[in-house]
Design a protein. Structure first.
Length: 319
């Protein structure tokens, strides 16, 4: 049987799911994590590799002569040199649809936290602040109602649209900037505008675009200065879309009222990242994709991708 190697299976399956479906397709070897310098040793005879964040470079591909297929266990596939893979006749696939609702849910987890601060107020009650309060209630942060506020979506793919649907259920106005779309979305009532209009008009901005050479660091000091005074930023997309020092400066100055981030430029986050000490900046460890339901879908789709390739009908190809 052909060898299937999972290089970094722990984040997808920390033990609450089964790899049985892959075992039925070949000789399976699962590693929780793989250092880059161990890839060749572990995958030397592999026909198929599955990777989440373990990088596959051209140099590595040159040392894996049996390799025919790389399945990325995620939507983003920048961990693989897809051009080098294509030049060597190696198919690369990704999982584009598994986490749409989970990521949209995380957008609102951050957004609702920034507007209600439920955790901080609950912690205050637990510490006795309500018991000693002279009034029947108290709040330590401005409480913001979402109805009538404007949400600006940078990017309007599956996740952007799902986020818009949730926003409309809160009574929010929604606009989007997407260079590939111009006509309004009649279903969700979303209007499409240029980027500067979105930045200057939105109370909340949420990023939903893939990372490219063209948009890397696009949300920099210049663009942040256009953002509405007191607005909020949510990023569940890709960390390098944002110039982190510029965002930290805007948060510390009060120009931006708060940020909810599930991604940063380098992950795991570095100790010197300026956002760690920025005012009203709340960072979660890239978990918007990781609900149990989403991970089960990801596993099933990854199996389907490999089956389709084996049957000569590959799908979700990125190379």
């Amino acid at each position: 049987m052909d060898k299937i190697v999972v290089l970094d299976g722990f984040t997808l399956n920390p033990g609450d799911m089964s790899w049985d479906a892959f075992e039925s397709l070949g000789k399976l070897c699962v590693y929780e994590r793989t250092d880059e310098n161990c890839i060749v040793e572990r995958a030397q005879d592999a026909t198929y590799i599955l990777t989440n964040k373990t990088p596959i470079t051209a140099k590595t591909l040159d040392r894996l002569p049996s390799l025919k297929y790389i399945g990325v266990l995620a939507t983003g596939f920048n961990v693989v040199d897809v051009q080098a893979a294509a030049e060597r006749g190696i198919t690369v696939t990704n999982i584009p649809t598994y986490g749409t609702r989970s990521v949209a849910q995380m957008v609102f987890a951050h957004l609702l936290h920034l507007t209600q601060h439920v955790a901080e107020h609950a912690q205050g009650v637990a510490k006795g602040k309500w018991q000693t309060c002279p009034d029947f209630c108290y709040w330590e942060y401005p409480l913001i109602e979402l109805e009538g506020k404007t949400l600006g979506l940078v990017g309007y793919g599956r996740i952007g649209k799902a986020t818009a649907q949730i926003a409309r259920s809160f009574g929010m106005n929604v606009m989007s900037y997407d260079p590939f779309i111009s006509a309004p979305d009649v279903e969700t009532g979303v209007d499409f505008v240029d980027l500067d209009t979105l930045l200057s008009s939105s109370d909340f901005i949420s990023l939903h675009c893939p990372l490219t050479d063209q948009n890397r660091g696009f949300l920099n000091k210049e663009k942040i200065s256009i953002m509405k005074q007191g607005s909020f930023l949510i990023n569940t997309s890709r960390g390098p879309l944002v110039c982190e020092q510029d965002l930290a400066d805007a948060l510390n100055s009060g120009h931006i009222a708060g940020a909810g981030l599930d991604v940063v430029s380098t992950e795991p986050i570095k100790a010197n990242n300026p956002l760690l000490t920025a005012k009203n900046c709340y960072i979660t460890p890239h978990i918007s994709w990781a609900t149990e339901s989403a991970r089960k879908r990801l596993m099933a789709l990854a199996v389907d991708n490999l089956k389709a390739f084996m049957e000569g009908k590959p799908k979700n190809i990125v190379s």
